[in-house]
Design a protein around this ligand. Sequence first.
Ligand SMILES: Cc1ncc(COP(=O)(O)O)c(C=O)c1O
Length: 441
Amino acid sequence: MSPPSEVTQTHLEAFWMPFTANRQFKAAPRMLVAAQGMYYTSEDGRAILDGTAGLWCVNAGHGRPEIAEAVKHQVLQLDFAPTFQMGHPGPFALAEALVQMVPGDLNHVFFANSGSEAVETALKIALAYHRVRGEGSRQWLIGRERAYHGVNFGGLSVGGIGPNRHLFGNLLSVDHLPHTHNLTHNAFTRGQPQWGDHLADELERLMTLHGAANVAAVIVEPIAGATGVLLPPVGYLQRLRQICDQHGVLLIFDEVITGFGRLGTPFATEYFGVMPDLITVAKGLTNGTIPMGAVFVRQGIYDAFMQGPAGRIEFAHGYTYSGHPVACAAALATLDIYRREALFDRVNHLATAWEAAAHSLKGTPGIIDIRNLGLLAAIELEPEAGRPGARGFEVFRRCYERGVLVRSAGDTIALSPPLVIEPHQIDQLFTTLGEAIAQGF
Ligand SMILES: Cc1ncc(COP(=O)(O)O)c(C=O)c1O
């Protein structure tokens, strides 16, 4: 049975929707039933311009036949095969293709099924790495306020979004760096802000507090996406790297959003010129078509595990669907599109027009900040007293009514379109958003 082409009121109840106000949504649903290129089609037949690449993932645009063909072929050729003590060609070929794209000696890839699982995997690798080297005291993990690393227990622990954490009691041994978002110093900055690299020195304070010899890893998103596109000040990520190096602590970049071209380079690590020890990716890896996540691991970390008897399982971790054949086929077809159409470089050509369009909204009443980098932008609204997030949601709703999909993160509107966006669609996106905000509250 395939999904129905429309959903009636009686179909709505059973699905407990994720990160959604279920009762509000079910009272007035917003349903998408098709997608092609830069546009969704809504249930009522309207074209909806995709300003969010789905959920930061459809970087090559919707409905790519090359990916569909690869998936179909793979299901018929080899629908599933285990990767526990067995192999099949897909994940080997995909891992090889990925390590060619990543700089330095991030030479090994562990597969998962989502960004959340990639993060759990990276944190477990970090903790286990220190154990296998005889530094088992290194158990503290350092995250950052306003970070989003998914919703599993490790990612939640290092994550820095209060409402995501509050219901779950004691999490892992973690502490948090302060976030880098500061409107007093950095409002309306184009690109990376100049002010704020000193915030990285807080890491030294946390090392002193917990004992550097007890700290396993620091995890940050190079750009915090989900909480509203918070940019790293110039020099900030470099400083984190230095401090980690001084203390033998691993640095993890969570590139679930910034990976696969969002900044005009394959990964943010090249854009910022900072090499982490592990990188987590998902989303754009398969253009959002089939769930998949991955962790890139530096040579020395992998080597530390490859010790002892050859018949021993070196890392007791993995998912039934790690390296799933169909996900691998989707990912390989996606990487082909990125390369053939030079989509990452396309971002570099569009970035100036994108920045200008975003900042053209400056002066619209109610906007307190505009920020951008690569094909990312955020428009922050003055919150309504006592109702945080209400204006952001209202603007999201108004844009949808006007045929544009944006994402509200509290009172910030976050934008991350497919990398295939055309200049006239950039205009449509920001014109619609500007009108939705200018309507007032
Ligand atoms: C930086 C980051 N890490 C992890 C995740 C979690 O990914 P998933 O929703 O695929 O579990 C996200 C999702 O938005 C993310 O932005």
